[in-house]
Design a protein around this ligand. Structure first.
Ligand code: DQQ
Length: 541
């Protein structure tokens, strides 16, 4: 379908055709290759017939597709080879646990391993003859038991995993210990649970350092460490995380702030970002987060274009030492290799109610870093109000306040009849405190009528003396936005009909009524990533 062809992205990972969803198991680095195994429907552009698609990379940007790694060929995975996680043992051995949906649609956990551990491409997989290794325990519904995590080491010298589930409306994470990945012991109680959050999918559990700039191996523990619990909520299809403390003796985790618990507090991303997973990159000593970006057009459109969904640019994840309340997510540094034709615009004054074009050439593939300083006087003059500004219920970039919105218009055409604003909005409360929101408004992103067009976003912590900053990656039908160094992130799918390819432009805008802002921008066009078919010669890498 010619008309829809441009929606394919240039530097985000996607299969050549058909449906893809979350990561099959945590992506991992094995003998110098990053592996992505993903949920794939070989027969169509909608969910179903799930097998493992497989691709490899040496830099997380350029990929080579490999043959399907595992198909549904056993009674214990006949209805789908679902999400799982890999664990690399101290001797370098790789073990994999994954969820199978059985011939009776019971969710069970299975063990698999590489047929040839010396093959860095991990082409062939073997399923353990004793599968399944875990079935739903008493009290757990047979369809509520899935997505085992990477294992971590306990002080008793065992391996521990957690698996998402629910009891009534309480989302929970069950904990098992094992020594051989074949037999397991269910611990009393749960790692964590939160009432009202429903089924927890793709649970992730990992340490972050409170002191260092590097990521940590999943088994790292100790006083300089905090632990993150993340759950993908099946009910609202968003990924929520919380920071807390892990008690390894009891196998329990406690949130730092119960009002910001898993599923009721922070999200990795306030746009479309689901079923994400992290892994520890032992070579670059970083923790890398991968998320799945869904379509927000209609299923009919997906079938017409013959494919659905992409993977977000992998992000490094760190604890934010400055705020102490959130993670920092940032596109992996390798993406910067794609930058071309850098342009700078320094100290541009953007008056209230104005739009300024930024001449960067065609703007359908961009990496933009922008810094904003808001006029101090306007901030001092403004009156505080009781009303909270909430991106999702606001009037978007068209709703004017004294101190916002201001930011960038991406994927806009010349007259901005199509545009996707990414912006800050500052509001003063009656207590005199300022609160900054970071939002993306899709209401005018497309003239098409069968696409979702909300206003996405959330508040973003801004500390005394900090300028406001954002980074935006634009890739045809994806806009990934990182506010304040990655404290708040928004990934959007947008489906412009006119502001495509050469017609796509970049603008600065300020729709505040009172405040002038001064903006400094660096923008690069982005090269396309190479995503090779599996039968191409390997030396193209
Ligand atoms: N999709 C998988 C499940 C997982 C869900 C099946 C996440 O394993 O819970 O395709 O989207």
């Amino acid at each position: 379908n010619q008309m829809l062809a441009w929606q394919r992205t240039a530097f985000h990972f996607q299969p050549r055709k058909n449906w893809m969803n979350g990561n099959k198991f945590s992506p991992l680095l094995y003998k110098g290759w990053y592996h992505l195994f993903y949920q794939y429907n070989p027969d169509g552009a909608v969910w179903g017939n799930i097998v493992w698609g497989h691709a490899v990379s040496t830099d997380l940007i350029h990929w080579r597709h490999l043959p399907i790694a595992m198909v549904a060929d056993q009674w214990y995975d006949q209805n789908g080879v679902w999400t799982g996680s890999a664990t690399i043992l101290p001797d370098g051995q790789l073990v994999m646990l994954y969820t199978g949906s059985t011939n009776a649609t019971v969710q069970v956990q299975n063990l698999a391993y590489p047929a040839d551990p010396s093959d860095p491409l991990l082409i062939e997989w073997v399923k353990y003859p004793g599968n399944p290794v875990l079935v739903p325990p008493p009290g757990i519904h047979f369809k509520d038991f899935r997505d085992p995590t990477t294992a971590w080491y306990t002080s008793e010298g065992k391996w521990r995993i957690t698996i998402g589930s629910k009891v009534n409306k309480t989302g929970i994470s069950l904990v098992y210990d094992t020594v051989d990945f074949k037999s397991y012991e269910l611990l009393d109680g749960v790692l964590h649970g939160v009432p009202g959050t429903g089924m927890w999918e793709c649970v992730d559990f990992y340490p972050v350092s409170r002191t260092d700039e590097n990521g940590l191996d999943t088994s790292d523990d100790g006083s300089g460490v905090k632990h993150v619990v993340k759950a993908s909520l099946d009910d609202d299809r968003n990924d929520y995380y919380a920071l807390g403390t892990y008690d390894g003796v009891r196998g329990k985790w406690i949130p730092d702030d119960p009002t910001l618990d898993v599923g009721i507090g922070l999200r990795y991303d306030y746009g479309n970002f689901y079923a994400s997973k992290t892994f520890y990159d032992q070579e670059k000593r970083r923790r890398v987060l991968w998320g799945w970006i869904t379509e927000t057009d209609s299923e009919a459109a997906d079938i017409a274009k013959g494919w659905a969904s992409l993977q977000a640019i992998p992000r490094t994840v760190l604890y934010d030492k400055k705020t102490g309340t959130n993670l920092l997510q940032w596109p992996v540094e390798e993406v910067e290799k794609l930058r071309l034709n850098g342009k700078s615009f320094d100290g541009v004054e953007v008056k209230p109610g104005s739009v300024i074009p930024l001449d960067v050439g065609s703007a359908a593939q961009l990496d933009v870093v922008a810094e904003f300083e808001i006029d101090k006087e306007a901030k001092e003059m403004v009156n505080g109000t009781d009303a909270e500004y909430v991106c999702s219920t606001s009037g978007g970039a068209a709703e004017r306040g004294a101190l916002g919105p201001f930011g960038l218009l991406v994927l806009a055409d010349n007259d901005q009849s199509e545009q996707t604003p990414v912006y800050f909005y500052i509001a003063k409360g009656t207590d005199g405190n300022f609160k900054t929101s970071f939002c993306s408004d899709l209401s005018r992103s497309s003239k098409a009528t069968d696409v979702r067009k909300g206003v996405y976003g959330s508040t973003v912590p801004v500390l005394e003396g900090e300028k406001l900053s954002m980074r935006v990656l634009v890739d045809h039908s994806i806009v990934e936005s990182f506010g304040q160094g990655g404290r708040t992130c928004i990934t959007s799918r947008v489906y412009p009909t006119n502001s495509v390819h050469e017609n796509a432009r970049l603008f600065l805008f300020n729709n505040a009524t009172d405040a002038k802002v001064k903006a400094s921008i660096r923008a690069w066009q982005m090269n396309s990533a190479n995503i090779y078919p599996s039968n191409d010669s390997m030396n193209k890498f």
